[in-house]
Design a protein around this ligand. Sequence first.
Ligand code: GLC
Length: 646
Amino acid sequence: MGTSEAVLQVLSGAAPRLFSGDPFFSASDSRCAFKLPLKCSRRRASSYLQFLQYSSVQQFGARGIGSSFSGSRKVDPSWLHSCKCQKAESVSGVTTEDGNGAWFVDNAKKLNPIDSMVNGPNVLEFQDLQQLKQEKEVFTSSGGNGAPRDTFHNLNIDSIEDEAWELLRESVTYYCGSPIGTIAAKDPTSSNVLNYDQVFIRDFIPSGIAFLLKGEYDIVRNFILHTLQLQSWEKTMDCHSPGQGLMPASFKVRTVPLDGDDSATEEVLDPDFGEAAIGRVAPVDSGLWWIILLRAYGKCSGDLSVQERVDVQTGIKMILRLCLADGFDMFPTLLVTDGPCMIDRRMGIHGHPLEIQALFYSALLCAREMLAPEDASADLLRALNNRLVALSFHIREYYWIDLKKLNEIYRYKTEEYSYDAVNKFNIYPDQIPPWLVEWMPNKGGYLIGNLQPAHMDFRFFSLGNLWSVVSSIATVDQSHAILDLIEAKWTDLVADMPFKICYPALEGQEWQIITGSDPKNTPWSYHNAGSWPTLLWQLTVACIKMNRPEIAARAVEIAEKRISRDKWPEYYDTKRARFIGKQSRLFQTWSIAGYLVAKLLLADPSKAKILITEEDSELVNAFSCMISANPRRKRGRKDSKQTYIV
Ligand code: GLC
């Protein structure tokens, strides 16, 4: 092998595989990797593809079985079998301790959110109160003594829910004859499907939760196990492979002609790790959501056999290893590129965006609960625990802002050199945007979107804040303050349709520079402060966790006024979410599923515990020990005289 060839092979990621005992990586493959990397990776992928495929003529044989995994995954042979040709075993017989029967009582209707909001202690903006009062008057007057109107209202709500279930079921996609996921949108009005006919990992989470809450466990189990198999896929873009353990953003079930037999077809799972996605961004959130769903599945179905499987345990560890790998970073937060999550286009969220950190924390806690204790995992568990402590401290301390903290930042000294600097990230007070000075309520606060050296992204990102409440990366006080802020800023964050993805929009030159003049992300549209009904479910979990479900119930009631009539759009545009989004899909599955999850959880709030992780007192203790044992901190403390670089 010539030097240049060797170098190229290393660059393409081919060389290590040559020695890794990958049976699909022959000498001819390695030459191919050098000359025709894309074609070669396809060929290798297709060998792997054979391993996963289902043949409609049942020609499975033993082709490739057991020999197809490269690298570190140990495979549970029983799974190989079912993956090839059988439906994953049914788990529908499994029930939860408390059974399902009581789940469908609609407690949300009993909550009477309008009453509790108007009379409750929570501070609302004046305009909101007026609007609510008017709505209440119309509500009562139109029904005389209220009863006929209520009956009509309930019937209407029931039919919205029925319609949502029907649409959710229509979006289910099958593989080997078994339900395996839900496609992103089934919009008959749109001729350009792009990749909305695929099963997105993040989009499936509310679908999966809705099915779990309904006692339909098979689809979730199949989804978990099939996406796990995709984790080991050969993923390559222009000679480069990302780290082992990455989960795809989406996958599609394709029907292709069977090799060597024109008359037969077979189904294959075709994943996209970002190599075909717009912007070519790897989805960092997929693996984190997968872990969260896995725990929810176990908690809801009572079937722990899935999380205990060897291949599932290995899958969890691969995700953790990828996330916990050492890099150049000084921060415990995960460093990612722009668009690695729900916001999957350029929106200036590269660095350490809150959404990823909240999901990371949540996934670490869920994984810790599920990992089987064994010596081989001791190092991983140690790394995980250390990261949990450092991560929660970092977020609570440096991402939090409220009026008091904002005033501190306003008075920050800069250019501090020392271990105990107050302004650790050298934030220049001029960065505080004028809108925030007006916007920050007296009561309430939130976690900022991102923190980098000399940069705070002060935008309010909803999913990050809501999941910080759910995962307990935010303290109890901070969690309440986030909900206080949501109430105080109702007209900005909910208005005519819940829930704004972020606030405020990037406009003018900022929009040009930060989004690259993205015509889809114009101000108050799509990711740039558009409103996404799917966020209703995360809002509901957060509100239930803090024992304030009436906030979510009120948002659901607002959504119910339009969402079905508007045909379940993906997102809404304008400051008050008055228009269906410019390029919004209709019949977007996660809008439908998000609504259903919100309804089901409000009907039985105790079920939210399958998604919630509580603050861990062990971690709090570990944190104080860590701080007091840190020699740098001690040295910094002793030497209170600060030094400044001039
Ligand atoms: C858009 C969203 C992304 C979602 C996908 C499919 O790209 O930004 O979060 O997963 O559509 O619905």
